[in-house]
Design a protein around this ligand. Structure first.
Ligand SMILES: [Zn+2]
Length: 96
């Protein structure tokens, strides 16, 4: 029916590819519990994301791998609103 069904919704500002999603790489602080075992090896366990720690994020195009934007925040809510802005800014406008 519609010829738009095959169109991907976003367009990379760097390479111009039509893409269906973006990649976000998030670096955040994690806490581990460490102890020595009987052989003297370090045991790492109990990985836990630290609440309200700084998170830095890069948005990249899955086609060319170039950066579309970056951001840092202490909350996932803020990262989510940044990601929403990125997606809206590269959304392909429907033809009038
Ligand atoms: Zn690209």
């Amino acid at each position: 029916m519609s010829e738009d069904n095959q169109c991907k919704p976003y367009q990379c500002p760097n390479c111009g590819s039509r893409i269906s999603h973006i990649h976000i790489f998030v670096v955040e602080e994690n806490r581990y519990e460490l102890e020595l075992d009987e052989k003297g090896w370090v045991n790492w366990y109990g990985e836990e994301s630290v609440e309200a720690s700084e998170k830095s994020a890069d948005a990249e195009c899955p086609e060319c791998g170039k950066k579309i934007g970056d951001h840092w925040s202490e909350t996932w809510e803020d990262l989510n609103s940044w990601a929403l802005k990125i997606l809206n800014s590269i959304l392909v406008k429907k033809d009038e």
